[in-house]
Design a protein around this ligand. Structure first.
Ligand code: LUZ
Ligand code: MOS
Length: 752
């Protein structure tokens, strides 16, 4: 089944926030953003701006009726800065005008006097100065002293990875419409409708029931709208309340890039110890997370980094410490993988470093250490499948890795100025919000008297196809055609207290809740059918819209049954509630069973490098991926392909450069290179690992959103190998992204 939104997207009929028809009198809002990375505000003069054409008013901290606070995990982030600004792009006020361009023009007339303070952009500098967003954490198991004593080889090094701008196609935006009696209805492009509802209530000083948040779909999010859609919705709501008019706030791309947070850059020190058989005996890592100017989701992201520092490997002695460092950059936030990729990059760098020193192929060390059923992750959870090893073996078997390797070697022998590189990237990603209480969801199902079905859940459609999967779930439980099922908008009045659609868990959590609700209604319908057909409920089933008694079809069909049930006054609506069982985590010990299950896979990557120009192409990414028993392989393969290309972007192209004053230099798409069709691999082949899939995944179909992002890390190491083929002496370290510029320098640089 295709994604149900495909037709709407290609014809331009799909509705995003900015497509909602504007009510008469709608006002437009544009934020005033700090131009300094760290400064005291000595004076803010709005008089000229307020007099400009079309201006209705300018709202700042003094106009907030409730709390000037939007921090979700920690209360360290004001909606509007008051006397001090902490990053370029930090909101200080919002201009309300009769149209968007009037507001933008007036913004030039706002005069702010700044007294500049020291700017920190480097996380290690921040850590040295004691500038942390919250206390550091250490995850450890085994005995480090013994682990390193038992080693034959010990290697140390440094590994840095850069940030990443989300470049969702639809920028952040919101439309707030006043309702009677103080209430507000807010359309928001958010992954977390409840986060938006709760934060508006807090800033406006209203109970949550006054705020209805509605989401049709997002034009991409990738984590960038898990927390950072909120500020803009709050500003629109604040203005709507103040002026009693509908207010729309849609960020222009240039504002969005400057004002919103991105993937966290990390800088890390590692020490890895191996024995003669290439078994990793000990791994020690210290990670410096660049958190930006406020905590945002950094505590949870740092936690996931600590969970994923061993990737798909079993290591008996591990010590991982992470610091979240406060810098004068826009607060870094969720981005596909949520800190996991940054952790996995470091262990892959450590293995590559050890392999280079030992003169073996990286894959020999990888293969020796893959986690297996019964092994314990360093956070206490026991690995419950052979999937890491099975993916690796199936990759070698199906894609003939040895043949690919000799083809690359032959090519390199016969080509002097063009080199190929090959690498293998295994992945292992834990599924669940690491904060256990967040793992719950609800679904509201109405079966209408004509047999059609309306489904509301907490899941937000952002292009990933969750609505299509939910439609399939409802259709399967009822055994009716998918055309009978309608997915409603995500709305806090219909489904309350939702977790954001994040952590790859949208289909699992909301699908399970939906399954529960549909099953409840199905039971009532079966009971009604049993009465109508004068039999026992155990004999009744519904198959392809028909009622069966045991294996015999009857004359009674879905529509007629629903109508009869309605006339018998049967309850045809239900709310399903699901809370993931089994999971728990003890933060005092940093041990537990935080993940419902893990997703595994392995990719074989080859690249071709032009050693004169330093430019390269990814020839192929061939993948064995653990989908479980996929509900929708078309959608799931699409997720893998998008993730691979996005991962390649993070690892090789996308470079967030800042100057020492905290200015983002790569502040537009002409300066920030995202992957296009030319940087996509020429071949992406994905085959499913054959498994049953876990009961705790929705209909045994595993979460797919984030895990395949990490295959992109393999492209980095393949490219590195190609560089080393040309210049074995290269001093190239581990500093992603490996841009063409860095590659060119590395091709001709010598040690010493
Ligand atoms: N969001 C979150 C996430 O709040 N908690 C998580 O564990 C998570 N993991 C991945 C992506 N988003
Ligand atoms: Mo997320 S990185 O919003 O799943």
């Amino acid at each position: 089944m295709k994604n149900i939104d495909t037709g709407g997207h290609v014809t331009g009929r799909s509705v995003y926030v900015d497509d909602i028809p504007e009510l008469t009198g709608t006002l437009h809002a544009v934020p005033v953003l700090s131009e300094k990375a760290h400064a005291l505000i000595s004076k803010m003069d709005l008089t000229q701006a307020e007099k400009a054409k079309g201006i209705i008013g300018i709202l700042a901290a003094k106009d907030i009726p409730g709390e000037n606070q939007i921090g979700g995990i920690l209360p360290d982030e004001p909606l509007f800065a008051t006397d001090e600004v902490h990053y370029i792009g930090q909101p200080v006020a919002v201009i309300i005008a009769t149209d968007h361009f009037a507001a933008r023009d007036a913004r030039k007339l706002v005069k702010i006097d700044y007294e500049e303070l020291d700017v920190i952009t480097d996380p290690r500098v921040a850590q040295q100065k004691g500038q942390l967003l919250f206390p550091p954490r250490t995850f450890a198991n085994g005995d480090m002293d013994k682990g390193f004593t038992d080693c034959d080889y010990i290697f140390e090094g440094l590994a840095d990875s850069g940030g990443q701008e989300h470049i969702y196609i639809e920028t952040q935006g919101s439309y707030a419409v006043p309702q009677e009696n103080n209430n507000l209805k807010v359309f928001s492009s958010t992954q977390g409708p409840t986060v938006v509802q709760k934060t508006i209530a807090r800033v406006l000083g209203l109970p949550m029931h006054c705020i209805e948040v509605d989401v049709t779909r997002l034009g991409g999010a990738f984590g960038g709208k898990e927390d950072q859609a909120t500020a803009w919705a709050v500003m629109a709501a604040l203005a709507a309340k103040r002026f009693h008019k509908p207010v729309k706030l849609i960020l222009d791309r240039d504002d969005d890039i400057v004002a919103t947070g991105k993937r966290h850059p990390y800088s890390s020190d590692f020490r890895i110890g191996l024995d003669k058989d290439l078994k990793i005996k000990a791994f020690e890592v210290t990670l410096y997370q660049n958190g930006g100017a406020a905590a945002d989701l950094s505590p949870a992201i740092m936690e996931r980094t600590l969970f994923h520092v061993t990737n798909a490997y079993y290591i008996p002695n591990v010590k991982a410490t992470a610091y979240s460092c406060k810098t004068n950059l826009a607060p870094f936030t969720a981005f596909r993988g949520f800190g996991g990729p940054q952790g996995m990059y470091v262990i892959e760098a450590a293995i590559a470093h050890a392999a280079a020193r030992l003169g073996v192929d990286k894959s020999e060390i990888q293969q020796q250490n893959l986690i297996d059923k019964g092994d314990q992750f360093h956070y206490g959870q026991v690995c419950d499948s052979h999937n890491a090893r099975k993916s690796w073996e199936e990759l070698h078997h199906h894609f003939n890795v040895e043949k690919a390797r000799s083809a690359v070697n032959d090519f390199n022998k016969t080509h002097r100025f063009v080199k190929k590189g090959l690498s293998i990237m295994p992945i292992c990603f834990g599924i669940s919000f690491t904060k256990t209480p967040m793992n719950n969801a609800r679904a509201l199902v109405h079966v209408y008297q004509d047999g059609s079905v309306g489904v509301s859940t907490g899941a937000v459609e952002m292009g990933q196809g969750v609505n299509t999967k939910l439609m399939q779930v409802a259709a399967r439980v009822f055994s009716v055609n998918t055309s009978r099922i309608k997915l409603e908008t995500t709305n806090t009045t219909r489904v309350a207290n939702t977790s954001p659609t994040a952590a790859s868990s949208g289909a699992d959590l909301n699908g399970k809740a939906l399954q529960i609700a549909c099953n409840e209604i199905l039971q009532r319908l079966k009971k009604e059918a049993a009465e109508l057909l004068k039999t026992e409920i155990v004999h009744i089933s519904i198959r392809n819209e028909k009622v069966y008694i045991d294996d015999q079809p009857t004359e009674l069909a879905w529509e007629a049954l629903v109508e009869k049930a309605f006339l018998s006054r049967i309850k045809l609506s239900e709310v399903g509630h699901y809370a993931t069982p089994v999971i728990h985590f003890d933060k005092t010990k940093e041990k537990g069973h935080p993940f419902t299950y893990h997703v595994y896979g392995a990719a074989l990557i080859t690249v071709t490098l032009d050693c004169i120009k330093g430019i390269y192409e990814t020839d192929s990414v061939q993948i064995v991926h653990d989908f479980g028993n996929s509900l929708n392989l078309t959608i799931d393969k699409g997720q893998v392909e998008g993730a691979v290309v996005q991962g390649i972007g993070w690892m090789t192209l996308e470079e967030l450069t800042y100057d020492q004053n905290g200015h983002l230099l790569a502040d537009s798409l002409s300066k920030y290179k995202i992957p296009d069709v030319y940087s996509a691999p020429k071949v992406i082949e994905t085959i499913p690992l054959v498994t049953n899939g876990p009961e705790l995944a929705i209909m045994k179909s595993k979460a797919v959103g984030e895990p395949p992002f990490m295959y992109g890390i393999g492209v980095y190491f393949a490219l590195r190998n190609a560089v080393r083929e040309f210049n074995p002496e290269t001093p190239l370290g581990y500093n992603a992204p490996l841009t063409p510029e860095k590659v060119l320098l590395a091709l001709y640089d010598k040690k010493g």
